[in-house]
Design a binder for this molecule. Structure first.
Ligand code: CS2
Length: 354
């Protein structure tokens, strides 16, 4: 059975939002434990692409079993199941991404956290293996009813802007790093780093009953800020499965990001990998346009046929979770909540009736 979920940012993890999720029809949560933009509820509304998503202060603060279980019990006390964690904190793995001196120590910390996640009974862990991270969006009024929404237009920004030392994954992990920039990072180097990471983490994930799910590049461009990106087309994304055939190696299937890729056939890909059991959970969102010029829109307003997607998932007996991920901000006092509730109502109706 297809399951409806909601993704919650760290700053939104409280009983009120758990009830909100349940009211909007969710049975499952995808939880982000990274402190994006301090105090802000929704990183998608960052209005200046030059600003990163903030500074992480979680060095050495690993995800402990007791803390995970405490949060899980709270989630469950609101009638929800904790399906997935989305994203590692950059402070936990910056030298794995950057191939730096703390790489091996950070890898043993990730293994420790993955085994805690498994022990706590959280089955899925989404990660995004990227140097520049989610970067390059601009906010604009666009679409039905003039909402503020994000998108990417290559000519609006300087895609070669170098990344400062002490930053990776669009967050600062070392505010005191010397004022220099990261060197160019090639595609071969990125694949080597990802391959090493997967060969290290997957055996632990398998033994712990956790699936590791890779998010595609957002925005899906081949290079950004002097670093190559791994998953910027569907054939490149599919190469993930060639690295390892472990049952713990799979996709965090972001329909929006895949739709943004030039020439992509998202529904065909969804069919293939939902049938193969390789999709852990789905970012069920929609866009208009493709790289080099696209914009995120309401779930029923974009280029992708979302009803056809649900039909495919039903045909393949998909039993994973769909979350809205992002949605344009609705004009009211609670723009994020309204936009999520709208998307989830639409999604629930599709799931119930298709
Ligand atoms: O939830 C969000 O707003 C974003 O952070 C994600 O969609 C992001 O693209 C993925 O988590 C990958 O990091």
């Amino acid at each position: 059975m297809i399951k409806l979920g909601l993704g919650l940012y760290k700053s939104l993890l409280n009983g009120r939002n758990f009830d909100f999720a349940k009211q909007a029809g969710a049975t499952h949560l995808v939880v982000q434990l990274v402190d994006y933009i301090k105090g802000g509820g929704n990183p998608t509304l960052a209005d200046n692409y030059l600003n990163g998503w903030g500074t992480t202060y979680n060095h050495g603060k690993l995800w402990e079993y007791d803390d995970l279980v405490r949060l899980k019990r709270e989630v469950e006390s609101h009638g929800l199941a904790w399906e997935a964690i989305e994203n590692f904190d950059p402070s936990h793995w910056f030298d794995i991404l950057l191939d730096g001196p703390k790489r091996d120590q950070q890898m043993s910390n990730l293994k420790y956290m993955v085994s805690n996640i498994g022990r706590a009974g959280i089955p899925l862990l989404g990660y995004y293996f990227s140097i520049a991270g989610v970067w390059g969006w601009t906010s604009k009024v666009f679409g039905r009813g003039n909402p503020m929404t994000v998108g990417f237009k290559a000519e609006d920004i300087d895609t070669n802007l170098p990344i400062k030392n002490g930053m990776v994954w669009n967050m600062t992990y070392d505010p005191d790093a010397p004022e220099e920039y990261l060197p160019q990072i090639s595609r071969e180097e990125m694949w080597d780093r990802l391959t090493w990471f997967l060969h290290e983490i997957l055996p632990v994930a398998e033994a712990s009953g956790v699936k590791m799910l890779a998010h595609p590049d957002d925005p899906p461009v081949s290079e950004l800020r002097n670093s190559a990106r791994l998953f910027y087309t569907i054939p490149e994304y599919e190469k993930l499965l060639k690295v390892s055939d472990s049952p713990s190696n799979g996709f965090e299937f972001c329909m929006g990001t895949l739709q943004e890729m030039p020439g992509s056939e998202v529904l065909k890909t969804l069919d293939k990998y939902s049938a193969a059991g390789k999709i852990g959970y789905i970012h069920f969102r929609n866009v208009k346009g493709k790289v080099p010029d696209y914009r995120e829109v309401f779930v029923d307003e974009g280029d992708l046929d979302m009803a056809a997607a649900v039909k495919i998932l039903k045909k393949n007996d998909y039993n994973g979770v769909l979350i809205p991920d992002h949605s344009p901000a609705m004009s009211c006092d609670a723009p994020w909540h309204a936009s999520m509730a709208y998307a989830m109502g639409y999604m629930k109706a599709l799931i119930d009736t298709v």
